[in-house]
Write a protein that binds this ligand. Structure first.
Ligand code: FES
Length: 172
């Protein structure tokens, strides 16, 4: 009789363990999709958006005399919408073509500035130098200046928070 009571007790314990396990599996199965919905914005790439730089007819600049213009991209990051301030360097070539460069040095990303007397963009961090066409003319930068994706529509210039040759294909 004592043996039968022991058997029924261990059977009860076994059943409790099984029920506990099944409950845990159901709990985890229900939680994973909810967590996915809640956390997915954190792992998403930054949105790529357009912003207006200004009127094209207002870009009355002399050839090879760069003009720095600030732009503000409103992008969704995670659960919030942030404003990202960036700089566009507009350069008009001798032939009248317009180029829209980033002011980010292509070495380690420091902001460059234009030195008219030397006709060069200089990077204060490690001495990188670029000419007005964005080509490297000195220092460690491994490649020319990045160019913003842009379009001109109805006399307005629009810039995208993406470089033309951005290998990561994500918002900047
Ligand atoms: S960051 Fe510009 S030269 Fe290094």
């Amino acid at each position: 009789m004592a043996k039968s009571s022991e058997e029924s007790s261990s059977r009860r314990t076994f059943m409790m363990v099984i029920i506990g396990l099944i409950s845990s599996i159901i709990g985890v199965a229900l939680t994973i999709p909810v967590l996915g919905v809640v956390l997915s914005p954190l792992f998403r790439k930054r949105d790529i958006v357009w912003t207006k730089l200004g009127k094209f007819s207002d870009l009355e600049i002399k050839p090879l005399a760069p003009k720095f213009i600030p732009v503000y991209f409103k992008v969704k990051e995670g659960w919030s919408v942030n404003t990202l301030p960036r700089q566009v360097i507009v350069v008009k070539t001798i032939g009248g073509k317009f180029l829209f460069f980033s002011n980010q040095c292509t070495h380690l990303g420091c902001p460059i500035h234009w030195v008219p007397a030397r006709q060069k963009f200089l990077c204060p961090c490690h001495g990188g130098m670029f000419n007005a066409l964005g080509e490297v003319v000195g220092g460690p930068p491994p490649r020319p200046l990045y160019k913003w994706v842009h379009k001109i529509e109805n006399d307005a210039v629009y810039i995208q928070n993406k470089f033309i040759d951005n290998p990561k294909d994500r918002g900047i």
